[in-house]
Design a protein around this ligand. Structure first.
Ligand SMILES: [Zn+2]
Length: 270
């Protein structure tokens, strides 16, 4: 049994990787990270993600519009996303969702500004959920400070599609709620941070086979690279840490996380 892993959430289109993307990808493969999913956050970024997936054999893409960029988004997202999502290597819609961490009210805006911003995030999130359902794809969810609203929006889609709550930092109870909706969670290098006891508690409570691993690179490099640019090769460090926390072998962790990823992203297995 091999102990290869998948980075299920990377942003290889970001300018951080313009200079040395080839080497970053080569280092990932050398570290046993056999497949990488690169995730779009705008239409332009989604186009770039698809182009990267076309160029490299073991790289796949997801296409979507991130909630932090909704003010630049067109009113009707689906048109071009639908075309991009039809690509053989596009394995999901996203990342999309709700992010209330930088509401206009925190920088001088009014309560009405906050309400309008939240409405716009919701509108674009719902457009992407409907498109995912139409295309038979699952969805990569970004949520920050917005758990209750995110659940309310995805509930009507239960059993029609699944979501992954990426970069999960919630409680064991929140993780259970997500599982009850048929969705799942994935963990980043945050699990290795000294101050992330709650994330480790949730990781312990999440059964093997019910979670995935990711970097969210260029952000969130795991210990011992914390604070530096993150890259997909560091899934190997994260996997070592998680195997110790879960008290399992690397081979068991590899089999369980790869199975979860192939179930969630069926086009990965094609
Ligand atoms: Zn991301």
């Amino acid at each position: 049994m091999s102990a290869g892993f998948i980075d299920t959430h990377a942003h290889l289109d970001f300018p951080d990787f313009t200079e040395d993307r080839d080497q970053v990808i080569a280092r990932a493969h050398a570290a046993g990270i056999e497949r990488i999913i690169t995730i779009g956050t705008t239409l332009e970024g989604s186009r770039a993600a698809v182009a990267i997936a076309e160029k490299y054999p073991n790289i796949y893409a997801a296409v979507g519009w991130h909630p932090s960029h909704v003010t630049e988004a067109p009113d009707e997202l689906p048109g071009e996303l639908r075309t991009l999502a039809a690509h053989a290597k596009v394995v999901a819609l996203g990342e999309c969702g709700l992010d209330y961490s930088r509401l206009p009210g925190k920088s001088g805006g009014t309560a009405e500004d906050d309400a309008a911003y939240k409405r716009r995030q919701r509108l674009l999130f719902e457009q992407q959920l409907r498109l995912a359902q139409e295309l038979g794809l699952n969805i990569i969810i970004h949520q920050r400070d917005s758990f209750a609203d995110t659940l309310e929006i995805i509930k009507p889609f239960t059993r029609k599609l699944r979501g992954v709550f990426h970069c999960f930092v919630g409680s064991p109870a929140e993780m259970q709620t997500i599982r009850e909706l048929g969705s799942l969670v994935s963990f980043t290098g945050i699990a290795t941070f000294k101050n992330a006891a709650l994330v480790r508690e949730t990781l312990s409570a999440t059964p093997l086979g019910e979670f995935m691993l990711e970097t969210d690179c260029p952000f969130l490099a795991p210990v011992p690279y914390r604070g530096k640019r993150c890259e997909p090769a560091y899934v190997a460090d994260l996997a070592n840490f998680v195997a110790r926390e879960k008290n399992c072998t690397l081979e068991e962790l590899s089999a369980a996380t790869n199975r979860a990823a192939e179930n969630f992203f069926p086009k990965l297995a094609c």
